[in-house]
Design a protein. Structure first.
Length: 362
């Protein structure tokens, strides 16, 4: 078969066309790909959007030297995000490592501001209380728990309240629903006074109830909600620090005015000796009794609630007249609803109030 060959006039026309095309590209036959300084050769962003300096209607150059427009199936020289590149997580908070002292003391260097996620660096963390039910489940089906954690060394600014909420259901099944087997969050379902804690992480907060006046630094807590909390028992037990012996006037601050030792001892163990009951616990005063050490002197509330054996002791205290001796009172000093109060952890924290149920009543 005879092959077609171009005549001299055809060759001349082709030469003229090649010269014209070279001039249109800037001379020198550089091809259709832009050089490294051309902003239109920038890659797209990770989410596929075009860079800010590329107009939305502007066509990116194609990776070919062709006079015809490419079809949609042809690859371009604009790189896309590889499928195996993970998307970076969003809103991951920075976790700060702090000591218990810097967490609890508002004047300490490195004191974390509310909302900061922290891990405690102390190697002698210990449970000062069992897990305590604060409220719930109510109609929202949410149980709120607290646990007080301190250091074995004890002293000022050595404790914190650990707080979390757990959903148990949409209706109010009574407090028993919050203690049903298997109902727990980060705080273990069964944790005892003296249990050694290896890891504790949460969000530093200063809880102030709506409508309350709270001094700066009061009601410090470590919130475990939001998927950020961690509490790991290290196994075994540690020494629980001895309670600080205090007078009523050391710790009975109210409103915006703390007493001299309130901030330093909040969330730690305190003990009042020779206590006299000014007011018995009743439902009207939220099961708080008020104690003092002198007739008619200033008092401080004691929460006769939220510990094993409390039902029997509350009944016994309610039967006593005002002015009765209640002996020694031990518990955690906490700030709640505008005042400091003492929260006993077990029946033995009120040793003078002896019950017949062996400490099993609620």
């Amino acid at each position: 078969m005879k092959r077609w060959s171009a005549g001299p006039w055809v060759l001349a026309v082709m030469a003229l066309l090649e010269s014209a095309c070279g001039t249109a590209r800037g001379g020198g036959g550089g091809g259709l790909l832009p050089d490294a300084g051309d902003p239109t050769d920038a890659p797209t962003s990770l989410d596929g959007a075009q860079p800010a300096d590329v107009a939305a209607h502007e066509e990116l150059p194609q990776a070919m030297d062709s006079g015809t427009a490419p079809d949609a199936s042809m690859p371009t020289d604009v790189p896309t995000t590889p499928a195996d590149v993970p998307t970076p997580p969003m809103d991951v908070p920075v976790v700060h490592t702090v000591t218990m002292a810097s967490l609890a003391d508002p004047a300490a260097p490195g004191h974390p501001s509310p909302g900061t996620v922290v891990t405690l660096a102390d190697i002698d963390l210990v449970a000062l209380s069992p897990r305590v039910l604060i409220s719930g489940p109510g109609t929202t089906g949410t149980c709120a728990y607290a646990l007080w954690v301190g250091t074995s060394a004890g002293g000022d600014f050595s404790g914190v309240e650990v707080f979390e909420t757990v959903r148990v259901g949409p209706t109010d099944g009574g407090a028993a629903a919050c203690f049903a087997p298997g109902v727990h969050g980060v705080i273990p379902e069964v944790i005892a006074i003296g249990d050694a804690i290896g890891t504790l992480r949460g969000r530093a907060d200063d809880y102030c109830a709506s409508g309350m006046v709270c001094p700066a630094g009061a009601a410090r807590e470590l919130n475990l909600d939001g998927g950020l909390g961690t509490l790991v028992l290290s196994g075994g037990s540690r020494a629980v620090p001895p309670p600080a012996l205090v007078s009523i006037t050391d710790i009975n601050g109210t409103g915006a005015t703390p007493a001299p030792r309130d901030l330093a001892l909040q969330n730690t163990l305190v003990r009042v000796q020779g206590a006299v009951m000014q007011a018995a616990p009743t439902a009207l005063n939220h099961d708080d009794m008020v104690i003092t050490t002198t007739a008619g002197g200033p008092g401080i509330p004691v929460a006769v609630a939220r510990y094993i054996g409390v039902g029997c002791q509350r009944t016994a205290l309610a039967a006593l007249p005002a002015g009765s001796s209640v002996g020694e009172v031990t518990g955690v000093l906490e700030f709640t609803f505008g005042a400091w109060l003492i929260q006993p952890r077990q029946a033995s924290d009120l040793p003078a109030i002896v019950c017949g149920d062996g400490g099993t009543g609620g």
